[in-house]
Every structure is written in C-alpha cells, then in structure tokens.
Design a protein around this ligand. Structure first.
Ligand SMILES: Nc1ncnc2c1ncn2[C@@H]1O[C@H](COP(=O)(O)OP(=O)(O)OP(=O)(O)O)[C@@H](O)[C@H]1O
Length: 890
C-alpha cells in the first residue's frame, strides 16, 4: 500500500502540501482527513467515485476535518490532494466487485418490479435490502453505495436508517427515512429535503426496547402507505441501515426490523455467525436472500469516545451547518405556550389496577407531562407534528431546537432554532428544516401550544457539550444463494463473484448534461441571496444587542433622572424604528433575490425540444452579457440585457459590486477591496485566499514609494505581521523595499513598484470574486468557443496558407485555442453523392438546410439548371442556392 505519485507517503498531520496520487484500476485511496483542518481533493484524470458517487473532473472538493472516506476507481485515475491527513494510503484489495454485483442484481429486480402490473402487490415490489453487521463493519457505507448507484441509474430508492447510535439522516436518537433521488454528495451526505423522522430519545435501544419496536413499526407503516400510492418508489425499493448491536436483544431487534419492513435481501457484513443464524431463522421465509459480504479493510473502527464526539459534532452541524454556513435563529417563548412530555418511564400503574400476580412496571410508551424548569437548560428538543399528546408516539418530528436560557421569574424560554420565525405551523404545512444533530439522555416531549396549531416537541438532554463503469463490461455470472429463491429473479451474487458488473451509468438526459455548464446560472443568484440573508441577519443581531444592552444599562443606572431615562428610551425607540425600516428594505431585497432564483429555475425548466432554438438564442445573449460584464463593458451589457428582456437571467447587480472594487483598484485605492475582504472574511479564509495579504502588501509599497517609512513600519507591524506564519518569504521580500527604495534597479524589488502590480490585483480580485459566487474563472463565452475550437484545431491552422474562413486564422481564436490539443484527424476522403468527385478545398462541400452535404460544383450546376434552386436528391427538399452554407474540412 503506497502512494503511486510524488510526495510523502501518509499525512501524519504535517503541514499542508499538494500531492498527486495515481490509482490503478479497481483500487482505492483511503483517507482520514486531519482532525483540525479541511482537506481539498480533485480528480485530475480518469474516473473515480466516493462511496458510489462519481467525482467531477478537475473540480476541487473540500472535505471537513475528521472525515474518513475512500476514493475508488474502476479504470484508473489520478487524484490531487491539498492539505494534511491523519492517514492516506492506496489499497488494491477491496470488496467493491462483490458490492457492485449486488447492485447489478438489485437493479435487475427493480426493472422487473417496474415492468410488472402495479396491481400485483408482490411482483411490483422492488428489493428491500437490509444491511446488518457488527459495529464498524461498513454498513452505512455499503448502504450509501447501493443508494448512490441506484440513484445514478434513475431509481428513487428509499433510505431507512434504523441506527440510532450515529444517525446518517438526522440526529442520533432517531429513526428516519428519506427518498434518494441523486447520488449522495460525498461531502454533504444524505440530502434532507423531506425526511420522515421518528424520535426515540436514546442512543441505544436497550433503554426502551418496546418504544424502539413501536417506532420501527410506525416508520415501516408510513413507508408502506407511501409506496402504495407511488409505483416508482415501490419498484425502487429500500435500503435499510441498522445498528451494530447484533447479540441478545440486539439480534431480536434485527429480526423484528427484517420482518416489519418485509425485507427480502439481507446483506450481512463480515460476520459468519450472524449470517448463519439469520439464514437458519429465515429459511422458512422463502423469499428472503441472506448474503454474506466481505467487510472492507478500509472501514475505520471508532471507540466510544470518538463516537460520542461525532454525536456532539452533529448537534453543532444541525444548527450551524457542515461548514458553519447556517445561522440558527434565537427565539423567546412563554412557558404557557408549551408543555413538556416525557415518553416512557412514567409513574407505575397501581398494583390494584393490574391483573393478579403482575408486577407494576413503567409503561414504556406512556406519554408523561413534565414541568418546565432550569433542568431544560442546554437541552436539544425535537418538535413533533402531533396535534394531541396521545399522537406523540405515532407522529414524526419536524425538527429540533436548543434551549439557551430559562427565565423562571419571567417564565420565558429562549431557544435556538434552525430556521427563522416561530415553531412550525400546521397552516402552511412547513416543517422546520431538518439538518443533523445528536441526541442522548432523557426521553421527554415538549408540547407547543398555539392558537390554531398544537405542536409537540420531544426533548433530550445533551450532556455532550455541543460546541454548539464500471466498465469492464464483463458478463455477470450469478451464483444462486443457498437459501435464495429464484422466484424473485436473479439471485444476489455472493462474495465469490469476482467480475464486476458494469458500473451504473447515468440516466440523465442529454439536456441535463449540457445544463452542467449552467451551474453558475443558478449558483450566482443563490449565493447572492445567501449573502443578503447573512448581512440582514447580522444587522438585526447587532442592533438588537445594542438596544438590549442600552435597556440593561438604563435599568442598572440608579442615578438616571426620569427625563434622562425618557430621552434614553426615546433614542432606543428611534434606533428600533431605524432597524424596522432597514429590515423592511432588507426583506424587500431578499424577496427580489428569491424571485430571481425562481425565475432562473423556471427558465431552465422551460427548455424543451420545441423551443430549443429560441432558448439557445437567449442563452447566447446571456453568455454575451456575462462576457461583457467580466470584461467591464458594463453599459453595453446593461443595454443588451434590457433590450432582450434578460435582466433576471444575468448578474448585473452582482457585477456592479465587483465594478466598485475594480474601479477603485484601477485608481490605486485598496479601501473598497479591503472592505469587500472584510465582508467575506470567513469564506475567503476557508478558501485560503491571499487577496487581503496582497492588498496589504500593496498599501505598504505605496507608503514606501511615498518615502513614509515610519508609517510603513507601523503599518507592517499592524497588518502584515499576522501573515508572517504562512507567507514569510513574500513578507521579507516586500519589507526589504524599505532598504532598496522606489528607484531601485534590482529586478527583485523593482517589479514591486511597477504599475502592473495594480493590474495583477485586479485579476486576483476578479478570480476571488468568481470563486466566491461559484462562477467559472473563464468567461462562459471562452469555454463554449474553446469547445468548438477543439474540434477545428489542426496543425494546418497554423500554416501560412491557412484560409481566412478558418476561425483559427484569427489571432484571438488562436489565443483561445492555445491550451487545446489538436483534434483527432482521420485521413478520410469526402466524395460528392451527386458527381462522385472528391470534395476538397478546390471543390468544397456545402451544407443544405436539411443538413445534407454536396460538392460546390454539383450544386452550382444544379442552381444553373433550376434558376438558382437546389433540390436535395435524397430528401427532395427545395431551397435557394443562397441558403447553402460552406463546410470546412480540417
Ligand atoms: N473503504 C474505506 N476507506 C476509508 N474509510 C472507510 C471505508 N469504508 C468505510 N470507511 C469509514 O469507516 C467509518 C465506519 O464505517 P461505517 O459508518 O460505514 O460503519 P458502520 O458499520 O455503519 O458503523 P456503525 O458501527 O456506526 O454502525 C466511516 O467513517 C466510513 O466513512
């Protein structure tokens, strides 16, 4: 196991380096990201995937600290990594072939289910796969691969997560399900649009086995009902991830889950004993395949402490997002608005109420009200969709809140919620958006009372401090399983299968492929919208905390006269009025930006075969506007956008923001650029941007140029010294200008005083700006032109006799084509269908409107005979000679 490329083997938390790793076919690069810094990675060439999701070529992906994963390739690939790792190594022994073979069989079963009549409840049922095995056997990872491969082929399998210990869909302590419509994002994990979540409240089922069973039954029942009305989901089936407790009660619970979900494929990871026990028990159930699969050597074992930490990170992630990109909202509610309930462990039934001989036992599913007091402080609460207390157990939850303060005197509770506004309202049917979190501790419920809607929340105490192609197209030979039943179709391949099935290929229609270039079309307005939301949120928080401390100060000031107090309060009131005005304006802007995102989605959706030409025309104009904006032709861009009614489809407002900074830099003023850096500090820091440093260096150089050495030194101490740890060399070079002075002839320092440094800053800013908004660094026009030029570029284009008609005879096109390889040349000859003569530069081909091509000689003769009309000998199309377009042979 070693790196195939240059650079040191393994990371061991050393300083960040960029290194390349060459992966041979069917091998994987196993990575444990460092504990304190993210890791960037990109696919340089070949194809590779992370747990079933293909990597996009040449795009840097950023992985959060502590993530453990593997980049696998079927055909070979080169990966580039930037950042420190705890460990990284390549491995060529993986169980991926057996996993993909399982996928291939499941795929066949899905197709058969889809093809059968929906009325036939048995045969229209897709595979229901349950993945079982001890802790750290790779269950979640295998589930993820099977889901991503299925989604890639256009299926919509349902992912069911019964592992309350870690929780892939939502916080631990819950069981949950969600449809998977796209391959799972290797960084973000399971998408959380609309998960179905049932709250259990402990991280091990042993605390309340009965409740766990009841919730599993509720979840299974709900999914079954959804399948009844949705043939596509039904045929796609489900993949069920389970917990690692496989002995004693844990084993009973596994069997209970297999039966409750009517699983027909049981995949046992790396446990001979469990596999044979399950085969034994399930042999009487003929339609269940039990298959043993090898555990991957890459699966990382985690001890109790690491697991606990992982849970704690998830609480934080739920409220703050994977990379601190979410802002939870702080709200206050009255005690009287809510009721707290605890599930299970309530008072025991009196002996007198029990059958003779029965011992009083706490009802495991009893819902018990609890008083609100300071014990609730720092608890994570889950808000339920139940309308009445007795519906709590059978209801899924809407989301979670975190209690930050309990004011007993004023009877107020302060909490953080992942979304703005009050707790979810039944009227709109909008649940709190679920992100991820962790749970441990008590098992109680919070009842939220509303005029129209009653919501219940379950809360749990978090004692963990939350800081807050396959392509070798081998034919597949499937072994029949010992207890497999062929009536369900092809049996699942056992681990013995050594030939990989064809890797799942994408079912995305062609249009979607071309829409990939439209990424920034959606991303830019969305990033802009997010930025406005953040700015508005910050402004409100700032003003509110100033007002609150103003009130507190006034209350504490014993010597404040009534008049002064009134004046003080009046000033606070006018401040709040100002905030109200600003908020109204802010919300108007937010609304407009959200609308813009909607318009763009609608525009993309409107593309279909019928209006393609008009749609493409609009696209061309969009691309031209984008080009002009990037090249600073703002007025022309605005005119074209206005005259073509494209204002919502182009990013003029975003580029106006850039224009201010660029204009200032061109006037040798760094202040607006520095302000822009301050506004986007955290995101620039995340992407390791050096822009602020470069701006500061330039300010320093200007002070040296003005011979203001003392100020330059003070400036360097204040603004440049903090960069010393990471950019010492550049810093030393610039500081040396104090000695060399502005009229130095020493080339190393002379260049620092040149005017082109400002152009360089403009370029740097443009790059950072594009990165921040998710834009391509090159204008789209260049990318599209390069795509075309790559087909035309031949050595002939660079010879002196290259004809003027060839785009590559133009210098501008030649520059664009510079990085492109020559197009593949076939020495074929084109022969005219009519005259059978060779078509070459002497007798060039011409294209008819119907796409057929004939030689110029033949067409000229035909036009002469028919008064300028051309009749296509193959389709009969009639057109004028003037409608023909010359074709170029390269
Ligand atoms: N091939 C691999 N290379 C590197 N890391 C891997 C590989 N396969 C799995 N892992 C990592 O190992 C860890 C454990 O894997 P996983 O969560 O799939 O196991 P599990 O059996 O579901 O665990 P649990 O005991 O929580 O149920 C995860 O962090 C996963 O990302």
């Amino acid at each position: 196991m070693a790196y195939g490329g240059a650079g040191p083997v393994g990371g061991s938390g050393s300083a960040a380096t960029i290194k390349q790793v060459k992966l041979e076919r069917e091998s994987e690069l196993r990575i444990e990201a460092s504990n304190d810094a993210p890791l960037r990675l990109r696919l340089l060439n070949g194809t590779a995937e992370i747990f079933g999701t293909e990597l996009p070529p040449e795009i840097w992906l950023s992985f959060p600290p502590r993530l453990k994963f593997a980049v696998f390739t079927w055909y070979g690939a080169t990966i580039e990594m930037d950042g420190a790792t705890e460990t990284d190594y390549t491995a060529d022994e993986t169980p991926m072939v057996s996993y993909v073979n399982v996928h291939a069989v499941l795929d066949g079963r899905r197709s058969r289910a889809k093809a059968s009549s929906p009325d036939d409840s048995e045969s229209s049922k897709g595979p229901r796969v349950i993945v079982v095995g001890p802790t750290d056997s790779g269950k979640s990872t295998l589930s993820r691969m099977l889901l991503s491969w299925a989604a890639k082929q256009g299926w919509k399998p349902t992912f069911v997560d019964l592992d309350i210990g870690q929780g892939s869909i939502t916080i631990p302590g819950c069981i949950a399900a969600t449809p998977i419509e796209m391959p799972i994002d290797p960084v973000e994990g399971i998408p959380l649009e609309m998960p179905l979540v049932y709250f259990y409240g402990h991280t091990t089922p042993s605390n309340n086995v009965e409740l766990y069973k009841v919730l599993v039954k509720e979840l299974a029942g709900m999914i079954e009902r959804q399948f009844t009305g949705n043939a596509e989901s039904r045929a796609s089936g489900m993949v069920i991830n389970t917990m690692g407790w496989i002995e004693g009660v844990g084993y009973d619970l596994l069997l209970h889950s297999i039966r409750t979900f009517k699983a027909n494929v049981v995949l046992v990871l790396g446990q001979e004993k469990l596999c044979s026990m399950l085969k034994d028990v399930l042999k009487s159930e003929p339609k269940v395949d039990v298959v043993k699969l090898q555990r991957s050597g890459g699966v990382v074992s985690r001890n109790a402490k690491v697991r606990q930490k992982a849970r704690s990170y998830r609480i934080r992630e739920y409220f703050y997002g994977l990379s601190n990109d979410l802002s939870p909202h702080s709200n206050i509610a009255n005690f009287s608005d809510l009721f707290v309930y605890r599930v299970g462990g309530g008072p025991q039934a009196p002996r007198s109420a029990l059958p003779i001989g029965a011992e009083p036992a706490a009802d495991p599913t009893r819902v018990v009200p609890v008083n609100i007091n300071r014990d609730l402080l720092h608890l994570v609460l889950a808000v339920s969709f139940a309308k009445e207390p007795d519906e709590i157990i059978s209801s899924n939850v809407a989301g979670f809140i975190y209690v930050t303060d309990i004011d007993i005197q004023r009877k107020k509770i302060t909490y953080l919620a992942p979304s703005a506004g009050e707790l979810p309202s039944n009227r709109t049917g909008q649940p709190i958006l679920l992100h991820k979190t962790v749970t441990r501790g008590l098992n109680m419920c919070l009842h939220w009372e509303w005029t129209i809607f009653h919501a219940y929340a379950t809360f749990i105490q978090s004692t963990e401090q939350s800081e807050i192609p396959f392509s070798p197209l081998y034919p597949m030979e499937m072994d029949s399983l010992p207890n497999g039943n062929n009536s369900t179709g092809t049996p699942i391949a056992a681990t013995a299968a050594t030939n990989p099935a064809p890797p799942p290929s994408s079912n995305l229609p062609q249009l979607t492929e071309s829409l990939k270039l439209e990424h920034q079309f959606l991303r830019v307005p969305f990033e802009h919208y997010k930025k406005t939301l953040r700015a508005n949120h910050r402004a409100v928080e700032k003003e509110m905390s100033a007002v609150i401390s103003g009130v507190t100060e006034a209350a504490a000031a014993a010597d404040l006269s009534p008049d002064d107090a009134v004046n003080h309060l009046n000033s606070l009131v006018s401040r709040l009025q100002g905030l109200k005005r600003k908020s109204e304006e802010g919300s108007r802007v937010e609304h407009l930006q959200a609308q813009k995102c909607r318009v763009r989605l609608d525009h993309l959706e409107s593309a279909d075969a019928e209006n393609m030409s008009e749609w493409n025309n609009t696209r061309l104009k969009r691309i031209l506007v984008d080009y002009m904006l990037r090249m600073s032709y703002y007025d022309t861009a605005v005119k074209l956008a206005e005259s073509s009614n494209l204002k919502d489809l182009v990013d003029i407002d975003v580029f106006q923001e850039a224009k201010k900074v660029i204009d200032a830099l061109q006037n040798k003023d760094v202040a607006p650029a520095l302000a822009w850096c301050a506004d986007n500090k955290s995101r620039l820091k995340k992407s390791k941007s050096k822009l602020e440093f470069q701006l500061r260096l330039q300010e320093f150089i200007e002070l040296v140029r003005a011979e203001n050495n003392m100020r330059a030194i003070t400036y360097a101490r204040k603004y440049l010294a903090p960069w010393g740890a990471t950019h010492m060399k550049e810093l030393q070079r610039v500081i040396a200008t104090l000695a060399f002075k502005r009229d130095t002839e020493c080339a190393t320092y002379k260049v620092l005083f040149e005017a082109k440094q400002w152009d360089y800053l403009v370029d740097q800013f443009k790059q950072e700006f594009c990165k921040l908004y998710g834009m391509t660094l090159e204008p789209l026009l260049n990318i599209y032109l390069q795509a075309g030029l790559s087909a035309l570029k031949t050595p002939y284009c660079y010879e002196d006799d290259c004809t003027k008609e060839d785009p590559l005879s133009q210098e501008a096109f030649r520059t664009l084509a510079l990085p492109l390889p020559y197009s593949k040349q076939h020495h074929s000859k084109l022969v005219c269908y009519i005259t059978k003569e060779l078509m070459d530069t002497e007798n060039p081909p011409q294209v008819l409107p119907n796409g057929y091509v004939y030689s110029t000689k033949a067409l000229e003769e035909m036009a002469k005979k028919n008064n300028g009309r051309i009749i296509c000998p193959r389709t009969g199309l009639v057109c004028s000679y003037t409608e023909l377009v010359k074709a170029y042979i390269s």
